[in-house]
Design a protein around this ligand. Structure first.
Ligand SMILES: *[C@@H]1O[C@H](CO)[C@@H](O)[C@H](O)[C@H]1NC(C)=O
Ligand SMILES: *[C@@H]1O[C@H](CO)[C@@H](O)[C@H](O)[C@H]1NC(C)=O
Ligand SMILES: *[C@@H]1O[C@H](CO)[C@@H](O)[C@H](O)[C@H]1NC(C)=O
Ligand SMILES: *[C@@H]1O[C@H](CO)[C@@H](O)[C@H](O)[C@H]1NC(C)=O
Ligand SMILES: *[C@@H]1O[C@H](CO)[C@@H](O)[C@H](O)[C@H]1NC(C)=O
Ligand SMILES: *[C@@H]1O[C@H](CO)[C@@H](O)[C@H](O)[C@H]1NC(C)=O
Length: 383
């Protein structure tokens, strides 16, 4: 007698947009084909994958929704997918929106090209608070167990990626790219989300590389290279009442090249109460960064805020450790805590930053905090 073991290889069933009428001619909108492929994949009872094969495609705004019946769903992009360049085509705030999905894997060697050039030239949001919001390239809303790997996101009109209410998310080996002078093209922004890991990723943008909004908990960022752009930022926080707290953030083994900031925490002055705690920046390399280390509780871009009252966002258990490299400004370390809610338990260890200019030695400034210093201190912190 012998026992026959059947090993079932569960290969995902593939739903190719070309089989749903999607044309790789770079000008016919494939949104109908993509939605049909998505719906069939989502309804499938086996693991399934939507495929955009090699070629150039034009895709209008789409919302790819779950919940799905398939136990897991892949979205594989091997081609170049281009967004409409005219922002007025968008009735929604995103180009490709994924929502209510458990077990999404977005992967492939392909590129999402947001074609933002035209939109950047008309973006006046810095001057006009009532400006029309430009669409974010890739939105992820209410997702659990997501993996994003290998893809490229190019020239978004607004942020490249936004995570909202996402839990258990891994981002690895992706490439985000937009010119240094493109407004608001943050790499990855997130809020109200948790257990997120971002690793082995390259981000070049005109705004924050990664920005960490209210309600972000348990985020690890490792081996990310940023530049150009505005660096990794917790915040801005304290803009609205009843913001959720930010906690459990670690940024390690990252490199910043020619960025405006390196590692940053920013909160608005005159803000309602809020909390951000357990934040660590460690093993960071700076190359010609303007503000390598900056904690700013009087964040006030474009002078459009009321500085009369202090920020009431309480920062505690913050650590800057093992940060080295070069600063393009003399004031390499700025720690400006709030006088209304002074920082608690702020540690600064092993900082070695060289100023590349000739105005004198590298410097630091501190207010409303007594940091716990250890190791090398170049510049000397808070003296
Ligand atoms: C995600 O997980 C939360 C908490 O377990 C659950 O309430 C929600 O329905 C899940 N969403 C999806 C799309 O699976
Ligand atoms: C993220 O990384 C942490 C620490 O390395 C690990 O414990 C956690 O399981 C990871 N989370 C996910 C969603 O992979
Ligand atoms: C990222 O993508 C941009 C645009 O396609 C490309 O120029 C750059 O070489 C890529 N970077 C990496 C590290 O792959
Ligand atoms: C974050 O991690 C802490 C400590 O491990 C844990 O207590 C908390 O529940 C986690 N929060 C989320 C949203 O995963
Ligand atoms: C981070 O960098 C430190 C110092 O270079 C090194 O010891 C450590 O192994 C690195 N960690 C990772 C996860 O690469
Ligand atoms: C260093 O940064 C400054 C200011 O951000 C910039 O003007 C300069 O070109 C950069 N130097 C190099 C060598 O990239």
């Amino acid at each position: 007698m012998c026992i026959v073991l059947t090993i079932r290889v569960t290969e995902a069933h593939v739903f190719n947009v070309k089989d749903f009428g999607g044309k790789a001619d770079g000008k016919t909108d494939i949104s109908k084909a993509l939605l049909s492929a998505w719906n069939d994949a989502c309804e499938s009872l086996e693991p399934s994958t939507v495929l955009i094969p090699e070629g150039t495609y034009f895709l209008g705004p789409v919302i790819l929704k779950g919940p799905c019946k398939s136990p897991s769903i892949g979205f594989q992009v091997e081609g170049v997918v281009k967004a409409p360049s005219n922002p007025s085509v968008f009735k929604t705030d995103g180009w490709i929106v994924f929502q209510y999905i458990n077990g999404l894997t977005l992967f492939g060697k392909g590129t999402f090209d947001g074609q933002g050039q035209r939109a950047w030239s008309i973006n006046n949001c810095a001057q006009n608070p009532n400006c029309k919001m430009l669409p974010i390239s890739l939105r992820f809303n209410f997702l659990n167990n997501t993996l994003i790997r290998d893809i490229t996101s190019l020239n978004s009109k607004n942020f490249h990626m936004n995570f909202f209410a996402c839990y258990d998310m891994t981002v690895q080996h992706i490439n985000i790219s937009a010119p240094g002078e493109s407004a608001n093209t943050d790499g990855i922004h997130m809020g109200s989300s948790g257990r997120i890991n971002i690793t082995n990723t390259v981000i070049a943008t005109g705004d924050d590389c990664i920005s960490i909004g209210p309600g972000t908990r348990n985020l690890t960022v490792t081996k990310v290279v940023c530049g150009p752009g505005h660096g990794v930022s917790v915040g801005s926080l304290g803009k609205y009442k009843d913001e959720e707290e930010v906690c459990g953030i670690s940024v390690r083994n990252c490199t910043f090249i020619n960025t405006q900031n390196g590692v940053r925490i920013k909160t608005w002055p005159s803000s309602p109460a809020g909390i951000a705690s357990d934040i660590i920046f460690e093993d960071i390399i700076m190359q010609n960064v303007s503000n390598p280390v900056i904690l700013d509780q009087e964040y006030c871009p474009h002078f459009k805020c009321d500085k009369d009252d202090p920020s009431l966002v309480k920062l505690s258990n913050i650590k800057f450790n093992k940060i080295r490299g070069t600063s393009s400004s003399q004031l390499a370390v700025i720690i400006a805590c709030s006088k209304g809610a002074p920082c608690e338990h702020l540690e600064v260890g092993d900082i070695h930053l060289e100023y590349t200019g000739t105005d004198g030695p590298v410097q630091s400034t501190c207010s409303n905090v007594k940091p716990i210093c250890s190791g090398l201190q170049i510049p000397p912190t808070c003296i």
